[in-house]
Design a protein around this ligand. Structure first.
Ligand code: NAD
Ligand code: MG
Length: 389
């Protein structure tokens, strides 16, 4: 029996994870579930999975959750320390890191430092703190398995897990992108899109923040940085390829001319099941792919209409705290767009302004990263009035 902590249990990835876990009661038991806001949903999950712990945002929420639980078997905790405690507890084997954004960094790092098997959906944590995160994985003997469908696909196509690319004869990683809901929009059309349009992804059903990131292509920018760290790849070894059907989840090209791809229906339960059971395979409840029903198209990304890709590349080459600044400014800009404060097309401008304004620190330790995150949020908020319609 593997004990699993699901950080961000009420989210899109959290719920898909629990769907897969629920199919294999002989293999997995839920050790802890955490949520930020949806107390009713968390209560229903606790009733179904009987975790030892549930973690909510603040002390006031403890009583609210307890009042909704039908059993007393689950102990309810609150706050940041509790998130880190359930992620690093000695009775937990595997942590699904599925909190969205920078809020996931410290609990995910706590799991890594406790040497857990860490299933990483929370790409923002790795983007912010890549070097120290990967150092902690190595230093504490953690097993890091990618959940992002593209990175999970790459992992499956690499020779032996995450060994060095060159030694394995790998020439290039082809990171696929759906292009998002606005792939074919003109700049004038992009200026008028609404949050609801941005959150309607053609192939995937996801949380609102990552849906907007997919629409601006910042999601691919973050995934480019994520891939550099996960696979120890140089930026020039990663090529982004738009593939609107999201059937091929990414590819790996070898020196002998072979190109390996992983295919499947766009359903996150496949990479989740893969990482949960790795190196074994388990059923995920995902319908089988019928290739007679899909055309597979590919094109190069258009960085002029989607400048977030260029900004992510710039931040990765600048190094140090720059990716943390990029991520924080993006979180503020996306939240402002979702609140109707700025137009969609203002998002890259906010990030660009903050990246240009803030001094970079090359010495990226946890303190400088968290300071950069705070400073970037402040600078991004200050720049919002300049970007309104
Ligand atoms: P979501 O918004 O649906 O869920 C987020 C979860 O995090 C919720 O359980 C929420 O309660 C919790 N949370 C939010 N803010 C928090 C905070 N400040 N402190 C503690 N908990 C907090 O998001 P999602 O779509 O499930 O995405 C989760 C992560 O997985 C993101 O990093 C995203 O980039 C990544 N990811 C998602 C998908 C997908 O298909 N949804 C695919 C690949 C990667
Ligand atoms: Mg992805």
């Amino acid at each position: 029996m593997q004990g699993i902590t699901v950080l961000g249990a009420t989210g899109s990835i959290g719920l898909s994870t629990l769907d897969v876990i629920g199919r294999h009661p002989d293999r997995y038991e839920v050790f802890a579930l955490t949520a930020h806001s949806r107390i009713d949903e968390l209560a229903a999950l606790c009733d179904r999975f009987n975790p030892r712990y549930a973690v909510v945002r603040c002390p006031d929420d403890i009583a609210r959750l307890q009042a909704r639980l039908t059993t007393r078997a689950t102990e309810v905790l609150a706050g940041q320390d509790a998130l880190e405690a359930v992620a690093s507890h000695s009775d937990c084997d595997t942590v699904m890191a599925a909190i969205v954004g920078a809020a996931g960094l410290l609990p995910t790092l706590a799991a890594v430092r406790a040497g857990k098997r860490v299933l990483l959906a929370n790409k923002e944590a790795l983007v912010m703190a890549g070097a120290l995160f990967m150092e902690a994985v190595r230093g504490h003997g953690a097993t890091l398995l990618p959940i992002d469908s593209e990175h999970n696909a790459i992992f499956q196509c690499l020779p032996s897990g995450m060994a060095g690319l060159e030694r394995g004869g790998v020439e290039k990683i082809l990171l696929t992108a759906s292009g998002g809901p606005f792939r074919t929009f003109t700049p004038a059309q992009l200026a008028d899109v609404t949050p609801d349009q941005a959150c309607k992804h053609p192939n995937w059903s996801m949380g609102r923040k990552i849906s907007v990131d997919s629409a601006t292509l910042m999601n691919k920018g973050l995934e480019f940085i994520e891939a550099c760290w996960l696979f120890d790849a140089r930026p020039d070894q990663i090529e982004i390829l738009v593939h609107p059907q999201s059937i091929i989840h990414s590819l790996v090209q070898y020196v002998d001319g072979s190109t390996l791809a992983q295919l499947g229906n766009p359903d996150m339960r496949t990479p989740i099941a893969h990482a949960l059971a790795w190196p074994e395979r388990i059923a995920a409840g995902v319908p089988r792919l019928d290739l007679t029903r899909h055309a597979l198209d590919f094109q190069a990304p258009d960085e002029a209409r989607f400048p977030c890709l260029r900004l992510a590349r710039q931040a990765m080459s600048a190094g140090g705290t720059a990716p943390a600044v990029l991520n924080a400014a993006n979180e503020v800009a996306v939240a402002a767009f979702l609140e109707g404060e700025i137009p969609f097309t203002a998002i890259p401008g906010v990030i660009d302004r903050v990246l240009t304004q803030l001094p970079m620190s090359q010495a990226a330790n946890l303190d400088t990263i968290l300071d950069a995150d705070r400073a970037a949020r402040e600078a991004a908020r200050a720049s919002l009035p300049l970007c309104r319609k």
